[in-house]
Design a protein. Structure first.
Ligand SMILES: Cc1ncc(C[n+]2csc(CCOP(=O)(O)OP(=O)(O)O)c2C)c(N)n1
Ligand SMILES: [Mg+2]
Length: 384
């Protein structure tokens, strides 16, 4: 209603009308690469950088290959509960591709593509999802955080990392990726509020995959967009098509440049869709229609990029076949190495948790050791 409508600054600084029904207009979704593989004329420079596009496509392919293998290992009792990133590869890979090595990634549990891009190995990821603490002690990006299974609790950690960068005058950015459901939690609001008031070099990326386990986006929040949640924190925000890796990478690049220039934090809502189950412990067919899932398959991120690359003469069926073979070989080798790695002793879970073990935990550690020593068989790699 007109009487509810006021003027406010839009994402690009221009005045936009806001009111209960007009937030979508304030945060229009940026998309350059359409599901049919056509590119908008106004696309950013990334769209004309063939080498970079191929690198993005390769990374998404490797991520999907990892996903397929992880699910197969879990289904055969050789991996723990696993969270698939099927259909969301462009969010993780696009964001990571815009980061510098010295930035810090603070991921949730569905960002395998970002971790792989930054140098965590698929072997380490298998270890992690196999319940082995060494999987979080990765050799590559030592400054990056491990996976956060608790929803949104990593957002304040990420703001804290950004505060450290600011206090030390380091030109680095802390990048937190979290889900749509996570934006309903208090720690998310606390983090963006804190980042806003301190003008921190932080980027929060919401991978809006439409579901928080069985809770659909509409039952999660009355907010028309998730990007608008940044308004109350006084931080910049925009919404992008999260299945368009070019839109994701471009938005992340601009946000990171602003953060590095001391212009404060940004929230990016990347609109995507979870094509798989929530985790291997879930059966999504219990709460959503096959028709909905099929519809979203037509919008998934990899086919559109492949079509675009092919139309540009940058990708052929032979290259596709070679890439798939390379990815499978790499992932199979990592899985074999993981399966051949003897599990850690049971007390390892205590040893990785604290720098100094609290006395109450010390007693539990002793009990676990005693149980192991009493001859109970180590079950090896089974689903927990
Ligand atoms: C603090 C906390 N509460 C509940 C859970 C159980 N849980 C795991 S994932 C999830 C839904 C998360 O949804 P969303 O943030 O949209 O991320 P997605 O799983 O869709 O990637 C919930 C409730 C948890 N891990 N942590
Ligand atoms: Mg979600």
């Amino acid at each position: 209603m007109a009487s509810d409508t006021k003027k406010a600054a839009g994402p690009d600084g221009s005045a936009v009308a806001i009111g209960p029904g007009s937030w979508a207009a304030a945060f229009p979704q940026r998309r350059y690469l359409a599901p049919d593989g056509t590119m908008a004329a106004a696309a950013p420079a990334i769209a004309r950088d063939g080498e970079r596009l191929i690198a993005l496509y390769r990374a998404m392919t490797l991520t999907r290959c990892f996903d397929t293998k992880a699910i197969a290992l879990q289904r055969t009792g050789r991996l723990g509960t696993y969270a698939s990133s099927l259909g969301q590869e462009a969010v993780a890979v696009g964001v990571a591709s815009a980061m510098r090595p010295e930035d810090v990634l603070v991921p949730s549990f569905r960002e395998h593509g970002a971790q792989l891009w930054r140098g965590v190995t698929s072997y380490e990821l298998f270890l992690y999802w196999g319940g082995d603490e060494r999987g979080s002690d990765f050799a590559g990006p030592r400054q990056d955080f491990p996976v956060s299974i608790p929803v949104a609790s990593h957002a304040p950690h990420s703001a804290g990392v950004a505060l450290a960068f600011k206090l030390r005058s380091e030109k680095r950015v802390s990048v937190c990726i979290l889900g749509d459901g996570a934006t309903s939690k208090g720690d998310f609001y606390e983090a963006i509020n804190f980042a806003g008031v301190w003008r921190l070099p932080a980027l929060f990326v919401v991978a809006n995959n439409q579901w928080a386990i069985s809770v659909p986006r509409a039952a999660q929040t009355a907010a028309q967009t998730l990007a608008q949640k940044a308004v109350a924190a006084g931080i910049a925000a925009e919404q992008v098509d999260g299945n368009d890796v070019i839109a994701v990478a471009d938005a992340a690049e601009r946000a990171l440049a602003r953060a590095r220039a001391g212009e404060g934090p940004t929230l990016i809502e990347a609109v995507t869709y979870r094509l798989g189950d929530h985790t291997t412990a879930d059966d999504a067919s219990r709460y959503r229609d096959d028709a909905e899932v099929s519809r979203h398959w037509t919008e998934e991120p990899m086919s559109r990029l492949r079509q675009y690359l092919a139309a540009q003469g940058l990708w052929s069926a032979d290259q596709e076949e070679t890439l798939l073979a390379q990815c499978s070989a790499e992932i199979d080798a990592a899985a074999d190495r993981y399966l051949a790695t003897p599990p850690e002793p049971p007390e390892a879970m205590f040893d990785h948790l604290y720098a100094v073990l609290p006395p109450s935990m010390a007693a539990q550690r002793d009990a676990a050791l005693a149980e192991a020593l009493s001859g109970q068989e180590n079950p090896g790699r089974t689903d927990g």
